[in-house]
Design a protein. Structure first.
Length: 263
């Protein structure tokens, strides 16, 4: 089967934004304020964090509840309210008194959660390491989810067909519609923290060369991407560039290869 959900390997969700013009890591809400990420994309990126373990602090990488994320000034109250269903997809939906906490898939079945939102949360969970079973407070494989009656075979098939994931985000760099899986593919991993960052710029950089002072390796999929391509399973790309100061910013690209996810 070879899908993420059947492997112990977890891929962290996109944690923050990398502003390619100012060459700095910023939080997702800060990127919205700067006008380089739209509000819908920001909400989707934060949903992916909330439904897989909590909002990620962009500086420490710590996972936080919505309440704590508001207290630390990472998100505001309005966004926290919009993110409540996605947090429940991780912690569990409380149904009738005395009943167990429901997963996102069960909440959709019980009409507690709209289908589109439920499917989105399941995709976020699947692509980052497996569906979350609130009963065991952990990830489970799709086979186990079927066995427990959380999802049916059709939902499992849909989740594994990662090439057909809905394009629910606007790429903050090219301004084209992309799926969350494609966003994970385009993200870069900060060497110091291991946090996954998505590049953003105020103008579409489609066809515009990268500002990074690193040459593209032959065989890399895009001329605007930099670093060398390794033959590792994750196809990670590493490099650093001088940000015009004494410090250089070190990062690596990690692509989620379709081979590792299975079809």
């Amino acid at each position: 089967s070879g899908s993420f959900s059947d492997s112990p390997e977890e891929a962290t969700p996109i944690a923050a934004i990398f502003d390619t013009e100012n060459l700095e890591k910023i939080s997702i809400p800060e990127a919205v304020q700067r006008g380089i990420v739209d509000t819908i994309t920001a909400q989707r990126l934060l949903e992916a964090q909330a439904c897989t373990g909590g909002i990620i602090c962009p500086t420490t990488g710590q996972r936080l509840s919505l309440q704590d994320a508001v207290a630390q000034g990472i998100i505001d109250h309005e966004m926290a309210t919009r993110l409540k269903p996605s947090q429940k997809a991780f912690l569990g939906f409380e149904g009738i008194k005395g009943r167990k906490r429901m997963s996102a898939a069960e909440a959709v079945k019980e009409k507690w959660l709209p289908y589109e939102a439920g499917q989105r949360f399941l995709e976020f969970q699947f692509i980052t390491g497996g569906l979350v079973d609130p009963e065991v407070h952990g990830r489970i494989s799709t086979e186990e989810a079927i066995r427990k009656g959380l999802i049916d075979g059709r939902t499992s098939q849909r989740l594994q067909d990662i090439g057909n994931y809905a394009k629910i985000l606007t790429c903050p760099k090219t301004k084209l519609k992309i799926s969350y899986r494609e966003a994970m593919n385009r993200s870069m991993v900060e060497d110091q923290t291991g946090l996954r960052l998505l590049e953003a710029s105020s103008i579409s950089s489609k066809g515009i060369s990268s500002p990074y002072n690193v040459s593209s390796a032959p065989g890399s999929r895009s001329g605007s991407r930099s670093g060398s391509r390794s033959g590792s399973r994750s196809g990670s790309r590493r490099g650093s560039f001088d940000a015009g100061t004494n410090s250089s910013y070190s990062y690596s690209y990690t692509t989620v290869s379709s081979g590792s996810l299975g079809r």
